[in-house]
Design a protein. Structure first.
Length: 405
């Protein structure tokens, strides 16, 4: 039988005394709550990042190809969308799909109000299934047609301001020379919670924008490229930037909406700070608790030394005792953290103000590798802190320890 393990089991059991039992519970609770908070923090962080990125990617590709221009207008200079360009983009290994688009500024006018908007024209290659989760009423415009479609999807914010509902018709005036207008039919209302889209973007037919601009079917405002791996966005940008014609510009979505992605990076910092604080508190707690246990077991240490036990064996006893507490704390931390995470994931019981947080509930994204990594990190770092209190065991003298009361 492993003697250090046997002794550590004995001194951590209920028979070791009520005070030791209370101290052990405090250690387990401290580590468990710390790990549970860390698991929840990372699940919420990943959930926020995934939800917001999905909202952005539903409106814009990971890479946006447009005509090289110094203009900052929402309306693009047209590019030729021919088979050779589409084939070149689709043949790139990281490409998932591509979709042409065009932007056009206009004024929506009702009897009471006028609202400036940007019409984003898309075609049948648009991911309507992925966009469906943002629809709060009606349906997405029908893009399968012989001629151009006048059906559009408005944001909930625009529809509320203009007091429009699904099925209503509204006039849009396009600012150009000569001015042109069209009567649009509202078939759907969406909401993303992102002001950059909800305040001004309405989604319609690409052919409608082409007709207003007098463009043939081969022209578009740009092409959005969706990647299979967003972690390689920088590489894909560099490859396409160097391979495409010199008059085409490749833009990353992270640069186009830099303020949102900077905000997400700030969330990363907050979680790192929280991780550091919790590890420090848990480490300090286990050091204090182990010191108390050593002080309580001073007489036992003296007896073991008088029987010939070496410092190494006694240190192993208390290290194993500490590791048992850590493992029990990790177990309950995982149970609590994952249980709360799954409850929020399925039932969405904690709401959020969409105006401030871009979503209506606290999002949860469960990443198994991150949870395993957190367990290993806590086990390793707090386990190393056990070496600090057990170092005083070598200073305990058997004669004084046996007389210690």
């Amino acid at each position: 039988m492993n003697l250090p393990f046997f002794i550590s089991r004995r001194i951590s059991g209920k028979s070791a005394g009520s005070f030791s039992s209370i101290i052990n519970r405090i250690a387990v609770v401290s580590i468990g709550l710390g790990l549970a908070v860390l698991i929840l923090a990372f699940m919420v962080l990943y959930g926020f990042k995934k939800e917001i990125k999905d909202k952005i990617y539903s409106f814009s590709g990971h890479l946006i190809i447009s005509k090289y221009t110094l203009s900052t207008s929402f309306e693009e200079t047209s590019i030729t969308v021919d088979d050779s360009l589409i084939q070149e983009l689709n043949s790139y290994p990281l490409t998932e799909r591509v979709q042409p688009y065009a932007m056009k500024a206009g004024l929506l006018k009702t009897e009471e109000e006028v609202q400036g908007v940007i019409v984003k024209g898309v075609d049948e290659s648009f991911d309507t299934l992925g966009f469906h989760k943002h629809m709060v009423a009606g349906r997405f415009p029908n893009l399968q047609k012989d001629d151009y479609s006048t059906e559009v999807a408005l944001s909930k914010r625009v529809s509320n301001y203009l007091e429009l509902q699904v099925g209503d018709e509204v006039l849009i005036y396009f600012v150009q020379n000569p001015p042109r207008f069209r009567r649009l039919q509202v078939t759907g209302i969406y909401e993303t919670g992102l002001e950059e889209f909800d305040e001004k973007i309405i989604i319609g037919d690409l052919d409608l924008v082409r007709r207003i601009n007098n463009w043939p079917d081969t022209l578009a405002g740009g092409i959005e490229v969706f990647l299979t791996d967003t972690d390689q966005m920088e590489k894909a940008w560099n490859d396409l930037f160097n391979s495409l014609d010199i008059d085409l510009y490749v833009d990353q979505v992270t640069d186009r909406y830099v303020q949102i992605f900077d905000w997400l990076n700030l969330l990363n910092r907050n979680v790192v700070i929280l991780l550091t604080i919790i590890l420090f508190v848990s480490g300090t707690s286990i050091i204090s608790i182990l010191l108390i246990l050593i002080m309580e077991r001073t007489q036992m240490i003296g007896v073991l030394k008088s029987l010939g036990a070496q410092n190494k064996l006694i240190r192993r006893v208390f290290v194993l005792n500490g590791l048992q507490l850590i493992i029990r704390g990790l177990f309950w931390g995982n149970v609590i953290g994952l249980s709360l995470g799954f409850i929020q994931y399925y039932f969405k019981i904690i709401p959020l103000d969409a105006a401030n947080y871009y979503m209506t509930h606290v999002p949860i994204e469960i990443d198994v590798l991150t949870i395993v990594g957190l367990n290993l990190l806590v086990l390793t770092l707090i386990g190393l802190t056990l070496l600090i209190p057990v170092a005083i065991i070598s200073r305990v003298r058997p004669v004084r320890a046996i007389r210690f009361d």
